[in-house]
Design a protein around this ligand. Structure first.
Ligand SMILES: [Zn+2]
Length: 352
């Protein structure tokens, strides 16, 4: 009898242990600490390699860090060992769909998102799959969009597109892609899916947020027809400079504006925008850098673009790449030294 109790107590302990580990891993996932998630789940898998939950957290962490090929067998193992009624099965299907999309298997990805929705278990996973079907351009809604392929981009034009010269539109963006990816020396995992909408309202009807934007991780762009050729493409390319970047709005948007290939006069745009503002703002670049909502939009677009242009001009590409990987003001000070503050003051004096 005593042995039975001992075994029972041991099993109970193991189960409590596993639950604690699960909570620990879940907390890391939801706080975006994917490096730590991968390390810790790997540790737990060493003594419990078939544990479906540890496999799933490990696979999800790897996918979030951009190592989707490496994450695939873990997610597959989770699908194999998790029961059909368990809500985690839905997440495993959702993540395998993401992996298939990133490896250009769109039909498989679509089916897996649908399987996740049909599993009818985790409302959050189902919501995510429904949204990704739309955002990644996989939804049936897109079947009447006109698809045009260039070397690095798949274009999807809304029916009755307001783009009058599609050949020119495609060529300009393909050339922009080649120029920007060559500059940064980056290879992205798949062709960009470039979806061109006639209006914000049309996109909104389907659940797409305000145009235009890039989901850089999936190399997907939702664009208005009149956006600059380089802005969203730059978001996608620079995302793949490092897989655990620390992004700030000021630098991330500044880089996209700096490389938008538009030849816009940024200072002129800043002055025009300032005139339109109802209240006069005195801009502190450091404040804009650390607070993504402190100022009107023009501070985070043309002004940030001008700032990035100046530091690139003065200190060159390699240091800019270091900044893209960790975009905080503190890291910029480490990279550029105190002279950074002189550049900041100079630009502030010009615009305030
Ligand atoms: Zn942007």
């Amino acid at each position: 009898m005593r042995i039975i109790y001992a075994v029972f107590a041991l099993l109970l302990n193991i189960s409590i242990f596993a639950q604690n580990h699960d909570k620990e891993l879940r907390d890391l996932y939801y706080s975006g600490k994917f490096n730590e998630l991968v390390q810790l789940s790997e540790e737990y898998l060493k003594s419990d390699s078939l544990n479906p939950v540890f496999n799933l957290w490990h696979g999800e962490g790897l996918v979030e860090l951009g190592f989707f090929n490496k994450g695939k067998p873990y997610v597959q193992k989770a699908i194999e060992y998790i029961g059909d009624n368990d809500s985690r099965k839905a997440w495993a299907l959702n993540y395998l769909a993401r992996i298939e999309f990133l490896t250009q298997n769109k039909l498989k990805a679509k089916q897996l998102f649908i399987d996740c929705i049909d599993s009818n278990t985790s409302p959050k996973a189902i919501e995510s799959s429904k949204f990704l079907l739309v955002e990644l351009g996989l939804h049936d809604f897109y079947s009447d969009f006109e698809v045009v392929e260039s070397e690095h981009i798949t274009f999807h034009f809304q029916p009755n597109s307001i783009v009058s010269n599609k050949d020119e539109f495609v060529e300009l963006r393909e050339n922009a892609f080649q120029k920007i990816s060559e500059f940064f020396g980056v290879k992205i995992p798949k062709k960009i899916d470039f979806i061109i909408w006639n209006s914000n309202e049309d996109a909104k009807k389907l659940g797409i947020k305000s145009l235009g934007y890039a989901n850089a991780k999936f190399c997907v762009i939702h664009s208005r027809s009149n956006q600059t050729r380089g802005h969203e493409i730059t978001h996608v390319i620079t995302h793949y400079l490092a897989n655990d970047q620390i992004k700030t709005r000021f630098i991330n948007e500044g880089i996209a504006v700096c490389f938008d290939l538009s030849n816009n006069n940024r200072l002129e745009i800043i002055n025009n925008q300032k005139e339109k503002d109802s209240t006069q703002v005195i801009v502190s670049i450091k404040e804009a850098w650390t607070n993504p909502k402190a100022y009107p939009e023009w501070v985070y677009y043309p002004l940030a673009g001008e700032f990035v242009f100046r530091i690139l001009d003065k200190w060159g590409k390699n240091k800019l790449i270091d900044l893209i990987k960790n975009q905080t003001y503190e890291n910029a000070l480490l990279i550029y030294g105190e002279e950074l503050n002189a550049i900041i003051s100079e630009l502030e004096n010009e615009i305030n």
